[in-house]
Design a protein around this ligand. Structure first.
Ligand SMILES: Cc1cc2nc3c(=O)[nH]c(=O)nc-3n(C[C@H](O)[C@H](O)[C@H](O)COP(=O)(O)OP(=O)(O)OC[C@H]3O[C@@H](n4cnc5c(N)ncnc54)[C@H](O)[C@@H]3O)c2cc1C
Length: 504
């Protein structure tokens, strides 16, 4: 049985491994010249830049893929924990070291706002309860049946999912600074903390449960490890091979057409390409009554991301691996990004400094960075070609003032990536960083289904599907999709999935 996976993001790679383990003859077709999707890697002037994800929060989901194939992950890639998880720098110069250690966290909360210690403990207990339901129970099960959704409503109410993440945090914590510290997490999956349902507060406990990890040699080492595993499983990964059409006959897919006109037949197709783009651009509207252009265009899309990858000829030992630099406004800035879709003059930033953990990513004595600013997606009509350099300069001003002094003098290499690039390079609808915005009305049953409701042998995986964006989300989506695909006699021994033992 022949299976095609369109796209080689983490969701696509995980799906391809699962299909191969199931016994399918798998081909992965990737538009770009390298695998990894948002986890693309490029080398420039002696620096190695991971273009996308940098924070691994549920490493067992990677391990599980290798175990399924009868291998050990450390034969392919080595993950290691990062401490602190983040250093958060406030606009007034105050800092917060965010770790997974309950005692150190309590001490940090106590230092910043003694009256919030009890509320912080209550919030973490709630985060744990949400994690147990939302991640352990519901994160790996399909949601294409409305009854699955109906059955979860009592739990969602009990876990206060009608509140936003910021609403839940604010119920228990009074300090404005700590409210930001414990509510920013939805931004990691494309959501506005003011509107992402409280179910996303599970991320706080998820981080504490398994830690925040990175990979030796950078995130690209994980991509390379997965591709090597695919090669060991005889999976063909074809790069620079964009799929231009999904070929449908009746209510079944018969294959795909790639750029240049070649048609490749398949018994089933799993799309890891952007769900909205795939439906609207690769499948004729007559084949998908449940996913019309109109319906897809009325959905809310996550924010865009503006990225600068840069390297300096000096190092900055004072920096943590992950730094969050909060600007003077929180709610107002979020409204500008998500609601008004305008480019504000102030900003909050995430600074990635991987050479703080792995010096191999830059020449000796140099520092490798990327800085990321959440910005409106392309629905805001911002002309990135004309504003990107000005915006870059504004970001450098903040970095030079707050944590990378002398940046411009020390700069040796640089590359920009804007929402317009997400659209052209990744074929992401509206240049969104994380597909659909994670709001209650676009979660679980209301998110993209992992199996197409109109076309029997067409499946989806990745950020636009249940459970959503982020590495735990897309790896879990591969698991959900796998559970829907018929088994055909396994080629590789498949031990029990490790999620339960990882939790115990
Ligand atoms: C800058 C950035 C930082 C992030 N940081 C983190 C983090 O630290 N931790 C975390 O957990 N998450 C993070 N995320 C989110 C996470 O990276 C993504 O949610 C996840 O990687 C998306 O994976 P995916 O499987 O949906 O596929 P994607 O990575 O979106 O890949 C889809 C692939 O499909 C290909 N494709 C598209 N159209 C076609 C076509 N027609 N034919 C063939 N191929 C096609 C694309 O080229 C792409 O390679 C970050 C995201 C970004 C952008």
């Amino acid at each position: 049985m022949k299976a095609i996976v369109v796209g080689s993001g983490f969701g696509g790679l995980a799906s391809a491994i699962r299909l191969a383990v199931k016994g399918y003859d798998v081909t992965v077709l990737e538009k770009r010249d390298k695998p990894g999707g948002r986890a693309y890697v490029f080398e420039q002037d002696g620096f190695t830049f991971d273009a996308g994800p940098t924070i691994i929060t549920a490493p067992f989901l990677f391990e599980e893929l290798f175990t399924l194939a009868g291998r050990r992950i450390d034969e392919y890639a080595r993950l290691f924990p990062i401490d602190p998880f983040y250093e958060i720098r406030f606009h007034d110069g105050e800092r917060f070291r965010y770790t997974g250690d309950p005692e150190r966290m309590r001490a940090e909360v106590q230092r910043l706002s003694p009256r919030d210690v009890a509320g912080f403990e209550t919030f973490m207990r709630k985060s744990r309860a949400i994690f147990e339901k939302g991640f352990l129970e519901l994160g790996h099960v399909p949601f294409h049946d409305p009854w699955a959704m109906v059955k979860t409503i009592p739990s969602l109410v009990r876990l206060e999912s009608y509140r936003s993440v910021l609403g839940l945090v604010s119920r228990h914590i009074r300090s404005e600074k700590l409210r930001q510290v414990f509510s920013f997490h939805p931004l990691l999956v494309g959501g506005d903390p003011q509107h992402a349902p409280a179910i996303y507060a599970l991320i706080c406990f998820l981080e504490r449960q398994w830690g925040v990890h990175f990979a030796e040699g950078g995130m690209g080492a994980v991509v390379r490890g997965m591709v090597r595993l695919l090669q060991d499983l005889d999976v063909d990964v074809r790069l620079s091979c964009p799929v231009e059409q999904i070929l449908v006959e009746g209510q079944r897919v018969r294959g795909v057409r790639v750029a240049g006109g070649e048609e490749i037949a398949a018994d089933l197709v799993v799309c890891n390409s952007d769900l909205s783009w795939t439906y609207q651009k690769l499948i004729g509207p007559e084949h998908r009554p449940h996913n019309s252009d109109r319906k897809l265009q009325r959905m809310r899309y996550s924010m865009g991301l503006f990225l600068i990858y840069f390297g300096t000829r000096r190092t900055y030992p004072d920096l943590a691996h992950h730094t969050i630099i909060l600007g003077p406004r929180y709610e107002g800035l979020l409204d500008d990004i998500f609601k008004h879709k305008r480019l504000a003059t102030d900003m909050s930033l995430y600074l990635h400094t991987p050479t703080r953990s792995d010096g191999s990513l830059a020449p000796p004595g140099h520092e490798c960075f990327y800085v990321l600013a959440p910005v409106p997606n392309l629905a805001g009509g911002i002309d990135w070609a004309s504003v990107k350099e000005r915006y870059r300069d504004a970001i450098y001003d903040v970095l030079e003032r707050d944590c990378v002094p002398g940046l411009r003098d020390a700069l040796v290499t640089e590359r920009l990536f804007t929402p317009a690039d997400f659209e052209t390079e990744l074929r992401s609808w509206l240049g969104a960083g994380f597909s659909f915005e994670p709001v209650l009305t676009q979660s679980a049953y209301f998110r993209g289904h992992n199996v197409c409701p109109d076309i029997a042998n067409l499946y989806f995986v990745g950020a636009g599907t249940h459970p959503g964006a982020g590495l735990p989300g897309v790896l879990s989506s591969a698991k959900v999709t796998d559970s829907l695909i018929p088994a055909i006699g396994r080629r590789v021994a498949r031990p029990p999935e490790v999620v339960r033992s990882a939790v115990a």
